[in-house]
Structures are given as C-alpha cells and as structure tokens.
Design a protein around this ligand. Structure first.
Ligand SMILES: [Fe+2]
Length: 343
C-alpha cells in the first residue's frame, strides 16, 4: 500500500470514529461551555474539522467569527455535552424556583424552553430517574403558573412554534397548552384536575423516545418502526408507571390517548365506524386525544405542510361530535378565539 493510500485509510477510520463520538449542539448551547474539555468540530465536505481546540475560552466574539466564516454546524464530545446538560438542568431548576418572581410571562417562556431541552435529554434516556423527576416537578410548577395566568397561553404557544425543538418534544406541550386553556375556559373540571390532565397530556408521548428522531423525519417508515410508533402509548405507560405520581385514571388516559386514530383511519378509508366507545373512554381522554390530533394536523412536518385549522376541525367533528356535540361546539369557539389571539 502506498503511503498516500495508507494515510487515506487512517483518515477514513478517524472520521468514522468521530461520527460515532460526536453530538451536534447549537451555537447558543456551545456558549455554556466556558472552556471545552475536548476539541470542537464542524462538518463540511463530508468531513469533521476542528474549529475550536480543547481548553480554548469560548466567547461571544469567537462564536461571531465562526458564524462570519460560514460555520453552520457544531459537534462536541460526550464529556462536553454532559457539562452543557448539567448547566441547562441547573438553569431549569433556577428559573422554576423563581417562576412567579418578577416578570412571570418571561420566566414562563424561559422555563418552557429549558423544560423542552431537558425533555430532549430524557428522550435519549427515558429510564433516567433524576431527569424524569426534574421534568415532572418543573412541569407541575408550570401547570400552577398556567392556572394563575391563562392569558399567557397564546404567547407560550407561539414561542414553542418559534423554538427549534424536535416536534416530538414541542407538540405535546403545544397540545397541552391548548387543552389547559380549553378546560379552564369551560370550567369542566376542578383546578387540581386540570393541572393533572395538563401533566398527563404533556407526558403521554414519552414512548416516542423509543424511535430515533431522524427516522421520524422521513415519510416512509419500515414496518418495525411503524409498529413501535403504534405502540408508543403503551410504551409511555411502561416508562411512567410507578415512577411518577399519576393516578390509575391518568395512566389510562395515556394508554388510550390514540383511540381516535382508529376512527381517523376509517374516515380516510371511507369506512363507517360506530361512535360507541364513549362510555368506555370518557371525556378527559377524548379531549386529550383531540388536542393531540389537532396540533399534529396543523403543524408542518419535514415531509409535509400542516393543514388549516378549518380542515382539522372538519375531521375532529367527524370523530368527536356524535359522542360530545356540546363539547365540540365549545372547542370550535375556543380554538377560533385562541388562534385569533395568535394573529
Ligand atoms: Fe401520542
């Protein structure tokens, strides 16, 4: 083998090793690393390049100059990622402790952002007890803030649309915000119950963590991945049962939150279905499921555009209005009002 060929194969090996070791982060997160413990890389022309050497102070000026040079992606090694995640978790706890102190709306926006980042970490390791406990406690505080300040909901929803969290992280929160506003406006339940339904709705999709993010961004999934996605409600139940203080009723809502999907499938196939499971499932599960369907329909995916609110309500009418006509009307009025507020 010539020395050039052997150099090439060493380079390929190094690049493959880096591909396994490196994790992508945002420039904003990189600033949390005062000084990286290892080299920081970018990916260009199918290769990783060092852009910041280990132990170099990371300043705003340095980030600015990288952006000016056209650097678009940043990759770091696990030990640096652990430092960032620890700082993000401490920020989440700090913001949560002072949620009602000073500007509660601004604090809430920050907290939802840190909560989403912490949830993304939990998705990578849903059996991490400490992260799950932090996520549950901080979301409980958020639910109390939302009970006190219903008017914050549209702004929090818009902020989530702007932030770049993966849709499996942002959509459960968006659906839960809509849900809480609806339940509060129509006084269907007591405050404590509303808080718990909000929590249930937010945690119900944690079973999606069994499917890698990048697979969810493609349209055609193989049978195996579709099966795991189809079982995500049951997987959420297995992740949460016995680890967070949800009652049997709330765990059942999580387990059943996709029951409307059978009706949706029947509608798309032009088949009839019997609106007969009202007594079995109940209003709480129906509203949780409807908000889930609604947010999924109106949001863009990497492979398709979202539908209009009107189109989504047409479908929701078909799956819900026979069992719950009054609640459906109330929902339409509430959503019209909510989305007008968004502008
Ligand atoms: Fe779901």
């Amino acid at each position: 083998m010539s020395s050039k060929a052997s150099q090439d194969s060493i380079n390929i090996l190094k690049q493959n090793l880096l591909a396994m070791q490196l994790r992508e982060v945002t420039f904003k997160d990189l600033l949390l690393l005062d000084m990286p413990l290892d080299d920081v890389y970018t990916f260009n022309d199918n290769q990783f390049f060092v852009i910041i050497s280990e132990a170099t102070p990371i300043t705003r000026e340095l980030i600015k100059s990288l952006l000016n040079e056209g650097v678009k992606t940043v990759f770091i090694k696990q030990k640096d990622l652990d430092v960032i995640n620890n700082k993000l978790k401490n920020e989440l706890l700090r913001v949560t402790r002072g949620l009602s102190v000073g500007n509660a709306k601004e604090n809430g926006v920050k907290q939802i952002n840190y909560l989403s980042k912490n949830m993304a970490e939990l998705y990578k390791d849903p059996l991490n007890d400490e992260n799950l406990k932090t996520q549950f406690q901080c979301t409980t505080n958020l639910s109390k803030l939302l009970i006190e300040h219903r008017s914050f909901m549209p702004e929090f929803y818009t902020e989530l649309q702007k932030q770049s969290h993966h849709f499996t992280i942002s959509q459960p929160m968006m659906a839960s915000l809509l849900l809480m506003g609806f339940l509060q406006q129509f006084r269907l339940f007591h405050e404590k119950d509303i808080e718990m339904i909000f929590m249930t709705s937010y945690f119900k999709d944690i079973g999606m963590s069994f499917v890698p993010e990048e697979k969810l961004e493609k349209k055609g999934l193989d049978i195996f991945d579709r099966k795991i996605i189809g079982k995500h409600a049951e997987n959420s139940l297995s992740i949460l049962e016995g680890r967070v203080p949800f009652s049997r009723n709330h765990l059942n809502i999580i387990k059943n939150h996709h029951y409307l999907n059978e009706r949706i499938k029947a509608i798309y196939k032009n088949e009839n279905f019997e609106p007969s499971d009202k007594m079995l499932i109940g209003l709480e599960t129906t509203i949780v499921a409807v908000m889930d369907v609604l947010v999924a329909m109106i949001s863009d995916r990497p492979y398709r555009n979202g539908q209009t609110l009107f189109q989504s309500l047409e479908l929701i009418k078909k799956i819900m209005a026979d069992d719950y006509p009054l609640e459906y009307k109330a929902l339409v009025n509430y959503l019209r009002y909510f989305f007008t507020k968004l502008g």
